[in-house]
Design a protein around this ligand. Structure first.
Ligand code: AMP
Length: 212
């Protein structure tokens, strides 16, 4: 099964993707995580995208689409995958559909996790990320067992540069302008399902399981 998670930054896409990964046994492809890993390892790709990501703007379409196209051709994606954070613009979605169509393939389901902007801004203030393994937490909604320590690897939790309030506001502007149009794009193709992301993480998860 090939699934796309849509939604504003901080809507809970990553958390929900993680929760269904085990059930479906397919990998998650998070373009944001791939970029952050590259920034951390100071690769040429990381150097290229760091300033863009720190400002909350989008990495150029061709670069992201090529990256995802390469990633889905790996063996672990043969049984499907979950996309978190891609596509984020209409050109990315169109190009991705074209790449899949060339292989006689298509996306099965697009889940839009809907959360109003005000809730996003307050949520993201509480978000904490592990710079070592990439796992994310929230001081209220998904607190680590030990304060500021990653449950998964014991790393020190930090606030991502692009989770700072001014950057979050810019990311929302960028989201409404570039990514929100994808909702109609997939709705017209009959692929879109909406879920109310303001509810408890477990309730949102149950609804998503029902859609699969
Ligand atoms: P995320 O963790 O998905 O919120 O992504 C963090 C940042 O990575 C975004 O704010 C963008 O700068 C960049 N990014 C991730 N995915 C994409 C994409 N599909 N297109 C363009 N930029 C992206």
């Amino acid at each position: 099964m090939k699934i796309i998670f849509l939604g504003a930054p901080g809507a809970g896409k990553g958390t929900q993707a993680e929760m269904i990964r085990g059930k479906l046994g397919i990998p998650i492809i998070s373009t944001g995580d791939i970029f952050r890993q590259n920034i951390k390892n100071r690769t040429p790709l990381g150097e290229k995208v760091k300033a863009i990501i720190d400002s909350g703007e989008l990495v150029p379409d061709s670069l992201v689409t090529e990256l995802v196209s390469d990633r889905i051709s790996r063996e672990d994606c043969a049984g499907g995958y979950i996309l978190d954070g891609f596509p984020r613009t209409i050109p990315q979605a169109e190009e991705f559909d074209r790449i899949l169509a060339e292989k006689g393939d298509a996306i099965d389901l697009v889940i839009d996790v809907e959360v109003p902007d005000e809730a996003i801004v307050s949520r993201m203030g509480g978000r904490r990320t592990c710079p070592v393994c990439g796992e994310s937490f929230h001081v209220v909604y998904k607190a680590p067992r030990k304060e500021n320590i990653c449950d998964r690897c014991g790393g020190p939790l930090t606030i991502r540069d692009d989770d700072k309030e001014e950057v979050v506001k810019n990311r929302l502007v960028v989201y409404h302008k570039n990514t929100q149009p994808l909702i109609s794009y997939y709705e017209e193709k009959g692929k879109l399902r909406r879920v109310d992301g303001t509810r408890d993480i477990g309730e949102v998860h149950e609804e998503i399981v029902g859609l699969l």
